[in-house]
Ligand binder design. Structure first.
Ligand code: FAD
Length: 402
């Protein structure tokens, strides 16, 4: 299998890189580089520019307003955004609910929802997990009871990323509690976050960030036309969505960017009278991560090349579990090396801006103050999108036949 890029693909990479260099504001790039989530304003603005360029929904076919790119072009595009680093298009709309609406939704749903996802005018969040349903997602209890031309929704979702920014939530809801199998009798419902009866409660994570929430539904009235597909077959939508979610999680470009940054930092940071990069134990660990990353990159390219050969046939590939496990482990290892590079500065609290009139110049570099919070925050990488243990179960079945 030839994994080299063609001349056209290399030209495409240059086009994407030039666009990012011309368009991405320095402030957004710096915020992304620090490891923080972009602000809603920064993210929304950037999504708008991608939209104008025709690049906001990289995975969608032309007939739905996408660029109609090949799998290799999509891979290059994401890698360039990650290496910049620039925000990705808003993932809950473009990578999750959008493809579900395209594959399972009605024509009316496509007309109503796809334009707002493409332009970024409507932000989405994902309402799958509940306090008693994470890995065992099919145990979910949030109910949707049909009353005339509405569903009445009651229950609670949790860990809902960016629910506080979202205009809409796509939720898995139990439509038939008496169904013989728990995967049956689940619907995939689109719910307006402004509906009366919805309460969003923030969860502040150990790094001090607010990116996740609890979402409560109290007799929330949702029109029946917001159910995607059959009200008892939402599990099919969920499986389709989760396999897309995992493929995006190798994040090779992001790891490359972080390693480049780490090398620069380690060559400027003194440790025992010489730069940290010259410390043999540090170098060994850095090299080990780089080797793993090279292997992940080649594996990702093999999956992308196979997808390209299958002419875009989008069957869930169990290799996406492997990409998710390795991608998250590599980023976690890099974050640990960053903490080591930060040394004692790593325990300083991050400060986005020194308060006005501060009497001391800042002595802790931003990257060092962010090293610990990022290390803690990135524990999430092996949890969300299906934990790494669950991915290993999938691989054990698919590859080893266990
Ligand atoms: C930062 C963050 C953001 C998230 N964002 C969202 C979101 O936007 N929307 C959403 O719906 N969800 C979101 N999630 C939830 C995420 O999908 C769940 O946390 C995840 O599926 C695990 O579920 P759980 O937390 O209930 O853990 P559990 O399922 O209770 O698992 C606990 C532990 O047991 C292990 N385990 C469970 N079952 C098995 C098994 N069969 N074999 C081996 N080990 C097993 C797990 O691997 C884990 O280590 C987010 C989570 C985090 C941390």
């Amino acid at each position: 299998m030839d994994l080299r890029f063609t001349a056209e693909e290399r030209a495409f990479r240059t086009e994407v890189r030039d666009f990012i260099d011309r368009t991405l504001p320095d402030e957004t790039r710096a915020r992304m580089a620090s490891g923080r989530t972009p602000t809603k304003q920064q993210w929304g603005w950037w999504h708008g520019r991608l939209y104008e360029q025709g690049w906001s929904v990289p995975d969608w076919a032309k007939e739905h307003g996408g660029p109609g790119w090949t799998p290799v072009q999509r891979y290059i595009f994401r890698e360039e955004l990650q290496q910049a680093p620039a925000p990705q298009p808003q993932q809950f709309g473009t990578m999750m609910v959008g493809p579900v609406i395209i594959a399972f939704g009605s024509e009316a749903q496509k007309r109503r929802f796809l334009p707002g996802i493409r332009s970024g005018a409507e932000w989405w969040c994902q309402g799958f997990s509940e306090p008693g349903a994470g890995s065992d997602l099919a145990s979910l209890k949030t109910s949707a009871r049909r009353v005339d031309d509405h569903y009445i929704v009651n229950g609670q979702k949790t860990w809902t990323t960016l629910a506080h920014w979202a205009d809409w939530i796509f939720a898995l809801v139990r439509t038939d509690p008496a169904a013989p199998k728990k995967q049956e009798g689940i619907g995939f419902l689109l719910i307006d976050m402004k509906s009366p009866g919805i309460t969003v409660r923030p969860i502040v994570t150990i790094d001090g960030e607010h990116e996740i929430n609890e979402v409560f539904f109290d007799d929330v009235k949702v029109p029946v036309e917001n159910m995607v597909g059959d009200e008892r077959r939402g599990w099919d939508c969920a499986k389709f969505l989760l396999s897309n979610e995992r493929t995006g999680q190798a994040r090779v470009g992001m790891s490359k960017e972080r390693i480049r940054r780490l090398k620069r930092i380690a060559s400027e940071t003194p440790a025992g009278g010489r730069p940290l990069i010259e410390d043999i134990r540090f170098r060994e660990r850095l090299a080990a991560v780089e080797v793993e990353l090279k292997a992940l990159e080649i594996t990702t390219m093999r999956v992308v090349a196979a997808e390209q050969k299958a002419l875009g046939a989008r069957k869930p590939d169990p290799a996406s579990s492997l990409l998710k496990v390795k991608g998250s482990e590599i980023l976690q290892s890099i974050s640990a090396l960053m903490v080591e590079a930060a040394g004692p500065y790593g325990i300083a609290a991050p400060m986005e801006e020194a308060p006005e009139g501060a009497n001391e110049p800042e002595i802790v570099p931003d990257w060092a103050a962010m090293a610990q919070p990022i290390w803690m925050n990135w524990r999430k990488l092996s949890i969300y999108g299906g934990t790494n243990e669950i991915q290993r179960n999938i691989m054990a079945k698919a590859f080893l036949g266990l």
